[in-house]
Design a protein around this ligand. Sequence first.
Ligand code: C2O
Ligand code: CU
Length: 474
Amino acid sequence: MLGGSAALAATAGLRRAPAARAADRLGGGPATIRLAAQAGTVPLVGPPHPATLVWGYDGRIPGPEIRVRQGERLRVVLENRLPEETTIHWHGLRVPNAMDGVPHLTQDPVPPGGTFAYEFDVEDAGTYWYHPHVRGAEQVARGLCGALIVEEREPPPTIDRDVTWVLGDWRLQEDAQLAGGFGNRMDAGMAGRIGNTVTVNGRVPEEPFAVRAGERIRLRLVNAATARIFGLVFEGHAPLVVALNGHPVQPHAPGDGRVVLGPGERADLVLDMTGRPGARARVLDTFYSRLEYRLLDLAYGPQPLRDRPQAAPVPALPANPLPEPELTRAERHAVVLGGGMMGRLDGARVDGRWLEPREMLRHGIAWTINGLAAAPGHHVHEPLAVLRRGASYVLALRNETAWWHPMHLHGHAFRILSRNGAPTSRREWGDTVLIPPRDSAEIAFVADNPGDWMFHCHVLEHQAAGMMGVVRVA
Ligand code: C2O
Ligand code: CU
């Protein structure tokens, strides 16, 4: 299918989403940003292909980039101009439960024509994003998403330019309109809705991304796809990862030379532009090795910014104020991910009822977490775990399926202690952990944010097909 998209993919430059800023501050109160979830037409692929009918915040893809400084209060009024209910979830931000945007669990869904005011203090700096939490497999696939950038209190030194790339993945028909069948059984039971057209900031990149020799760029990557995993390679360049899923890490070269991002994940890179004026370099996505393709080109302008790249080391970002889990006293919980095609289905508890595998499938349920599954359209069911407020926990996640799952916890940040039985060297913080098939990961956190929090797969078709549970902090 990507061959087709490459054919489709013959247009459009890289545009920067206009930023929504704390401009309309009145009387010392928080800045108010208004976002309308609404239909729009966007030249995703560009001429000669027609514009694509999408759903977007303010009708745009991606929605306005929200920028706020760490420690500020953010106020966003959502206006729903869609033909169905919606909400906004602030992915990765540790917000009070009532602001988390999960329908029926933390708020009533916002009806068509309705509004909802979200307001919270932003505690952590970093790269986050926002998206609806109602029927995400369709609403996000139709385009509802946007970046939320929380700037450090002191801007990190030596960075010349701060750039955001929101990566999108679309399943388009020949006429450049969205194919239907959101959350169909094949997608739901396998890899999710992998599309045929990849966009950067809402366009198939046709024009190269302009850079200058000697420049140091902070590149914020957001994977807003519902299912596609990216594995980006910057040919001829040596990006350093400085933050993962919002939170700083000691600057390091990505593992096997590529930056892997599951759905919902972010990475902040620092890229020194070490090429010569006039040079070109390809950015490739190599995640699905048989489908390697060129995402876009970096094109060096004729004028260098400076004669040679900066000698100053890439700055380590200041840590966020996260509570450190006490590992020796932490309570351990096993979390088993099950189901999917080519996997075993043993049945599941759904809304307090036991369903045999055949019944599960009839209800559109393909996945389980510890034998529990969420019924489609239902967010409320018995908690996977009840955690004591202030106590430390280790979740030992085991993926017993044949598919990748980016598991996402709301309301908290966790450390990733191990992957596939081996301790991680950086014990990075995150809100999402991508677990390969038949693999495992241990995460640890302090349950310090009271409320009922979603814990789900961020392949949104998996989430819709049951891979979603609630963790209660009481
Ligand atoms: Cu980004 Cu529960 O989601
Ligand atoms: Cu999944």
